[in-house]
Design a protein around this ligand. Sequence first.
Ligand code: GLN
Length: 487
Amino acid sequence: MNVLDATARAIRDAIAAGRLSAAEACRNALDRIGAVNPALNAFNLVDADRAMERAQEIDRRRAAGDTVGPLAGVPIALKDNIDVRGMRTTASSRILEHFVAPFDSTVTQRLEAAGAVIIGKTNCDEFAMGSSNENSAFGPVHNPWKLDRIPGGSSGGSAAAVAARCLPLALGSDTGGSIRQPASCCGVVGLKPSYGRVSRYGLLAFASSLDQIGPFARTVSDAALALSVIAGPDPCDATAATEAVPDYAAALTGNVKDIRIGVPRAFVSEGVDDEVRRAYDAALETLRGAGATLIDVELPHAKYAVPVYYLVCTAEASSNLARYDGVKYGYRSPKAKDSLKEMYSRTRDEGFGPEVKRRIMLGTYVLSAGYYDAFYLKALQVRTLLRRDYDQAFERVDVVAMPTMPTPPFKLGEKTDDPLQMYLADVFTVSANLAGLPGISVPCGFSNDGLPIGFQLMGRMFDEATLLRVADAYERVTDWHQRAPAI
Ligand code: GLN
């Protein structure tokens, strides 16, 4: 088998059957990363020795007849804001450039218990703040379909690595679209689970009421497999839901005859690129052809989602990032000699990049006395109204469909001087986080320039099963996900 084109399921099955060794799969991934990463810059760290040791351990255990788990021997990469004990977690920030995680995140533990082989850590926007992966202290990730384009952010390294066939699975985090956007830009599947579905223990906090870890894959069924491994309650994270985790593989029936798809026409009509709109309309028609029913829905407050998101996420970030002060973690400025205050301020000035500073300042401002009511509190109120829009829509439909991004992936550098324009790229993704709902992006076409376009489905709280079923049914009757970039 061609390991690099195979799905996680196929790799796992081949290893279980003895047709492939975990060591071979690992070696393939490492070679491929060695070949394409100089052009992509998708990895902050590759730990070849650790990965090969783990892979050989899987092979030994399999040979000894031990049970080896649902991801046995499958190479995987983690966004560099997720802790793996003994490896650096930098969040693509100078302030954590040399920080080594003292413990495993819960998702790391669960992946390794399932037999997955962690190959390395992927590049991302600094502290996951961005939509284009241009805010990394270690340089941008390049889109494997066209190297002068953004891969989407903030989990751009994970998406690019999966699209470029470095490995079949990667994890990212999604606070306002950071799994779904890069999935859309790179032509792969990206799933943001419901808030609380996956433990955040060991994920570096950006905005705690919005952050969620989820998988990238090249098929919906692989995304379902990865979710089934990482989902579930966790005593280390009080916000990890106790909701039962269903059998996601069993949900992929291919049947959508009972499915009602909500179409927010008014919301989707503005500011959407023509090629994206055509791909979106065609995807809806495909699902209708497969037996689903399309129903118009109203989301009257969706137009406020971007401003609400940027008030809430900056407020939470300003608080979460207060811990990086030169004392507890990471970098400390060697220049400060005179006072503790000078040490704090130089450390943060030298350690954080411009976007992170912008957000800390904005967040501090909207939480300050006198502005709190006008900005932060107001944003929370509108957040509730938005959540109600979705509650009402989900009384009549099973999923809501939108484009993932308003445009195909733009050129690197095109929007870096204009943060507001950049924030508008999040118009279709932030509401899932504000409402806590699950969302998935699947490939649904290509622009005339040959750049991937994504189709997004959002579901009811904790109903990833229906979301995955519809996405998988779409994938069964289309072949967008089978195309590979030339790199
Ligand atoms: N693009 C959004 C932002 O810049 C979302 C980021 C994310 O989901 N981590 O905040």
